[in-house]
Design a protein. Structure first.
Length: 130
């Protein structure tokens, strides 16, 4: 697993780390059962505080993307189907898309970017949500 963090970004490191791991899962480079590095090892790799990694892992656990266990460490979990997440995600996507349009990005460019990014992810078979 190769992750890149921007140590000069305004985005907190724990959120960047959570985002990069989520992308690795979506792109199929991390699959169910894949182990993540120990918090201290990953923190040492980036030269950051291990509590930052702990916070990212805790978020991923809360979102159901990983399991944390004293024996096995952090392991990618099976993604649960959550109708509430779908509604929350739709609201966030609407705001993000609105921001792009409000900042003058042409709708066709927004759509092209969305399709390109979506194509880069390993999309699981469609499941009907209520």
């Amino acid at each position: 697993m190769i992750l890149a963090l921007d140590l000069t970004s305004d985005i907190p490191l724990y959120l960047q780390l959570r985002d990069r791991i989520t992308e690795e899962i979506a792109e199929g480079r991390l699959v169910e059962g894949s182990t993540l590095p120990a918090t201290r090892a990953l923190a040492a790799d980036f030269g950051i505080n291990f509590h930052t990694v702990n916070k990212a892992y805790a978020l991923l656990r809360q979102q159901g993307l990983i399991r944390l266990n004293r024996k096995t460490g952090a392991v990618v979990a099976a993604a649960p189907v959550d109708p509430l997440f779908h509604a929350e995600w739709s609201a966030k996507a609407r705001t993000l898309l609105a921001e792009a349009i409000a900042r003058g990005v042409p709708a066709d460019d927004v759509l092209d970017a969305c399709q390109s990014m979506l194509a880069s992810f390993q999309t699981p078979p469609s499941k009907d949500l209520p």
